[in-house]
Write a protein that binds this ligand. Structure first.
Ligand code: GRF
Length: 201
């Protein structure tokens, strides 16, 4: 087998998607570090339980986004990270950082992009009244939730849904498609042509 992809997972909160990535045990990908900007994120416990190194870089200790990212970059270099998976990471990355990892940062969004980008996507979909929403794994470009789409999954919205019940069903799909997208990357099966990501299985 070729060299394993060395992945860093960026988190800020619960980390259920980090857990899904750990549990998937993807043969071609190794999670070499978990980066959290939030010292209290539950995701940190999940990483520790699985003996994955954790780097807590609290953005509040840096006077600018650039300084914060310089620190992230320094730590990533130590782990020789070649893929970044954002998994509930609540900070916006600057174009400079994104350019350094061109087509090597993935994000997960709890809606069918390009519908409902930004924050509160689940609530936005519910309030809008769409009958289907879902989740999207995409490469990160310089916009907010605008990068080339890798995988999506559709989730129906029922009349009885609350934000919580809908989120629970979206999470189920997220936990399935995020590891799948990472596996495809690790196996070299993703090819980007303009806005399209072609999958060769
Ligand atoms: C997910 O719903 C993801 O779509 C969004 O943030 C949430 C993270 O959840 N970007 P978790 O921390 O992985 O449980």
């Amino acid at each position: 087998m070729n060299k394993k992809t060395r992945m860093g997972v960026f988190v800020s909160g619960s980390g259920s998607n980090l857990q899904a990535l750990i549990d998937a045990k993807i043969p071609s990908v190794e999670i070499v570090v978990v980066v959290s900007n939030n010292p209290d994120a539950y995701a940190i416990e999940r990483a520790k339980k699985n003996k994955i190194p954790v780097e807590v870089i609290d953005h509040r200790n840096y006077s600018s986004r650039e300084d914060f990212e310089r620190e992230i970059q320094k730590r990533l270099d130590q782990y020789k990270v070649d893929l970044i998976a954002l998994a509930g990471f609540m900070r916006i990355l600057t174009p400079l950082f994104i350019r350094n990892y061109k087509n090597r940062i993935m994000n997960l969004h709890p809606a069918l992009l390009p519908s409902f980008p930004g924050t509160n996507a689940v609530k936005q979909a519910l309030m809008y009244g769409v009958k289907f929403t879902g989740c999207t794994v995409h490469f990160v470009d310089e916009g907010v939730d605008t990068g080339p789409i890798i995988l999506q999954a559709v989730v129906p919205i029922y009349d009885t849904d609350t934000e919580e019940s809908l989120l629970e069903r979206i999470h189920k799909e997220e936990h399935r498609i995020y590891p799948e997208a990472v596996r495809l990357f690790g196996e070299g099966k993703l090819r980007i042509e303009g806005r399209r990501v072609l999958v060769s299985e």
